[in-house]
Design a protein around this ligand. Structure first.
Ligand code: SAM
Length: 217
């Protein structure tokens, strides 16, 4: 593995696709400069790792494009003290970005091979504040909640009730909501026990969230 390679590619990625497209949170920008995105992909994809599009990671799944990772992460408004839940570990890249920005990250992946692969990368890079489990993430992970932030990196027909229930007061759920081909990136902010404010951050396109409170397989 090349640990420190591709730093100029990361700088170009951040300049062209992150800052130029309006991402302002300096902590998010620094995390994206720091985390070696190429290591979350098979070596054959390393030359394309910093292009602004999704890439295959096996099991018919994708690593999200850098801009979407930045946009979703910025929407969580992390300061560094938070407990965050991620649904859809996938390649582990988004998880790694979160690990730089929050105190503790819990991540759920339904496909065992992907979870295993990400875990190995986190061990190699010594990202120690991440815990992964293999499960249906639409049910959340009650044991470690409530969460200051929940991020779902797959498309849901509606925000899963279990995830809204596991948000702390003031916590934010960031999730693509829509049909199977097009979604809106939604943010649900828990203002009180039963009161949520919602914001729409624009159109996006994700693979399906499959599970009890998502789509059927
Ligand atoms: N953030 C990831 C990345 O950049 O690599 C995105 C991965 S991909 C777009 C979405 C992931 O969600 C896939 O790995 C898929 O297996 C996972 N997924 C789908 N439904 C799920 C569920 N109910 N629970 C957990 N993971 C799920």
């Amino acid at each position: 593995m090349i640990r420190n390679g591709y730093s100029s590619n990361r700088q170009q990625m951040v300049d062209a696709h992150i800052i130029a497209r309006g991402i302002k949170d300096r902590r998010v920008i620094n995390a994206m400069l720091e985390v070696p995105r190429h290591l979350f992909l098979d070596e054959a994809f390393w030359p394309q790792a910093h292009d602004d599009n999704p890439l295959p990671i096996g099991e018919k799944q994708t690593i999200s494009q850098p801009y979407i990772v930045a946009l979703m992460t910025e929407a969580l408004e992390l300061k560094g003290t938070e407990r965050v839940l991620e649904i859809g570990t996938g390649s582990g890249y988004q998880t790694a970005i979160l690990s730089k920005l929050a105190e503790q990250v819990y991540s759920i992946e339904r496909i065992p091979g992907l979870a295993k692969r990400s875990r190995k990368i986190f061990d190699t890079l010594k990202y120690t504040n991440i815990v992964i489990t293999i499960n249906d993430g639409t049910l959340g992970w009650r044991e470690h909640g409530p969460y200051d932030g929940i991020i779902v990196t797959a498309a849901a027909p509606r925000p899963p009730k279990a995830l809204l229930d596991q948000l702390a007061r003031g916590g934010r759920l960031v999730i693509p909501v829509g049909d199977e081909t097009l979604q809106d990136l939604m943010v649900y902010i828990r203002e009180d026990d039963d009161q949520f404010r919602e914001e729409n951050r624009g159109g996006c396109r994700f693979v399906k969230l499959i599970g009890d409170q998502g789509w059927k397989e």
